[in-house]
Ligand binder design. Structure first.
Ligand SMILES: [Zn+2]
Length: 149
């Protein structure tokens, strides 16, 4: 049996919400996904990569669209050595300074110190208006990751 996770990860990979805001956002999400198995905030010790699991297809440069497959794998290995404390990279295709967090992941993926996570949400979409309300409650823009394991 496979599991689906909806991870909502703050745009800034080093940012964490305060406890009250996190609880408020989690309560809101519980109301939006009444069939979910579990809703909660996962706090991580270090920056963590939330990927799309089996939904992952490819990684692209956000500037020129080049596929970064092997290069990206090596860059991830290097960044992992320091627990992703430094995500800065220069793209191999067009020599632009950016971050591993700002590449174009298909499906979306993100780095973060925490995630508002829904386990088996019982739905496969999140509306823009709902997302906006969650972002307001937690106090940060969020990246939405649909992870299939
Ligand atoms: Zn490029």
């Amino acid at each position: 049996m496979s599991d689906n996770y909806l991870h909502m990860v703050p745009d800034d990979p080093y940012w964490r919400p305060d406890k009250t805001a996190a609880e408020e956002a989690a309560n809101l999400v519980r109301g939006l996904f009444p069939q979910a198995e579990h809703v909660g905030i996962e706090y991580k010790e270090a920056v963590t990569f939330f990927d799309a699991g089996a939904n992952t297809e490819s990684v692209h440069c956000a500037f020129c669209g080049s596929e970064l497959g092997d290069w990206w794998g090596n860059a991830m290995d290097q960044a992992a050595v320091s627990d992703f404390s430094d995500l800065a990279i220069v793209t191999p295709c067009c020599s632009k300074s950016t971050s591993l967090n700002d590449l174009r992941y298909v499906w979306p993926a993100a780095f973060g110190m925490c995630s508002l996570t829904v386990v088996n949400p019982g739905a496969t979409t999140l509306g823009a208006e709902e997302l906006r309300r969650i972002e307001q409650a937690i106090g940060s823009p969020l990246k939405v990751i649909w992870q299939h394991l």
